[in-house]
Write a new protein. Structure first.
Length: 132
């Protein structure tokens, strides 16, 4: 029952969906780091369909407490500098044993391993950035 309906499975689903959605709306112009295996990745996207330039970022990272986090905030249009406004932070998953991101061309992969002491749950997802 836990392997299908447990909290770990629900968190894996949320992490996968948020990652896929965010990366698909991200720009192919830049992401940090570029082409390396890392425990964090930052992508940039438009806040709306009418935004003239990239104006938002999303930073996915593994916290010291073993949580997969996403931080969202604004960037100065025309640059990739963060604005002075306070970003929002969300916990996507708890009990994260390992988390790695890899960028290759327009694609970004996330490999996540969740463990609640009873169950190891690997999550692997790749999404393609679609915006200019």
């Amino acid at each position: 029952y836990e392997r299908v309906h447990g909290q770990l499975v629900q968190e894996a689903y949320v992490a996968r969906r948020v990652f896929e959605h965010t990366v698909r709306e991200a720009s192919v112009r830049k992401c940090i780091p570029f082409g390396t295996l890392s425990t964090s990745i930052e992508v940039y996207y438009y806040s709306s369909l009418t935004a003239p330039d990239l104006d938002c970022y999303a930073l996915f990272y593994l916290s010291e407490g073993g949580n997969l986090m996403v931080e969202r905030g604004g960037i100065v249009p025309g640059t990739f500098d963060h604005t002075s406004s306070v970003p929002s932070t969300q916990v996507l998953a708890h009990n994260v044993t390992s988390c790695y991101f890899l960028q290759s061309g327009p694609c970004i992969s996330m490999t996540l391993l969740l463990n609640d002491g009873k169950l190891d749950l690997p999550v692997m997802v790749t999404a393609m950035r679609h915006n200019e």
